[in-house]
Design a protein around this ligand. Sequence first.
Ligand code: SF4
Length: 289
Amino acid sequence: MVIKKAEILGYCMGVRRAVETAELACSENPGKKIFTLGPLIHNNSALEALAEKGVNVLKEDASDLATDGQNSVVIVRAHGVPPKVMQNLKEKGVTVIDATCPRVLSSQKRAADYAKKGYTVFLAGDKNHGEVVGISGYARASGADCIVIEHKEDAESVEYVPEKSVLLSQTTISRSEYDAIAAVLKAKNANLVVLNTICPATDERQNALIELCKDVDGILVIGGRHSANTKRLLRTAQELCAHSALIETAKEIPAEFFTLNRVGLTAGASTPDFVIDSVESALAGHENT
Ligand code: SF4
């Protein structure tokens, strides 16, 4: 069997940085309790590996953090947090390590800058997603109204787009969905400023997968079942390849894949390298699954 990996797969820059930050925090702070605000990434295998190293998970707003701050290290994950959560952490006296992805930091800053200039901020994305909660927190803390738009239909129901308005997006929104939302809001105010805050990581993995589908008989998409970008990779594989499956670990490889001549591998942006390696080994007939 030939096993081919997509040219770009697995951890994006922000997730790799957050995981490495957490691992370093464990080794550099012996005797201290290490926490993340919410699960660090959307992948059970990676979370189990971090838990073994001593990383504990708090609620996203840190409301369950005890006040023995001196003995605690709290890692802010790649999605970032609103300024008031950061402030609360500092008041509790914990050591804060900020692993917010630089791309998300840029969105937070741009939302805050436009807010300070008196703009109304429209933010396209999932209103319950940590990144959206964080960015809207920065806009509101800088004095703006921040309206979260989840779907094109939400944009259609917006009655009024003020003269000074700006639209930005969650970094992982799909380009077509963002364009549709922007078109609806632009029709209500032609002067709406539309920022491009979509991260290329998702598109890069999609494009590499499209190329890979031309060369293989089946695609295994490795990643968490709750990971939005992993599910999007599966949809593409289903459209372009005769055999496709989403698996979280090597143990879930469907039997049919062992009968194919050429199997392609791709993985979501929060899938660790060791899980990808174990799938590759299992397909190649090794036993370390
Ligand atoms: S998807 Fe992009 S914005 Fe989000 S954590 Fe990864 S690199 Fe950062």
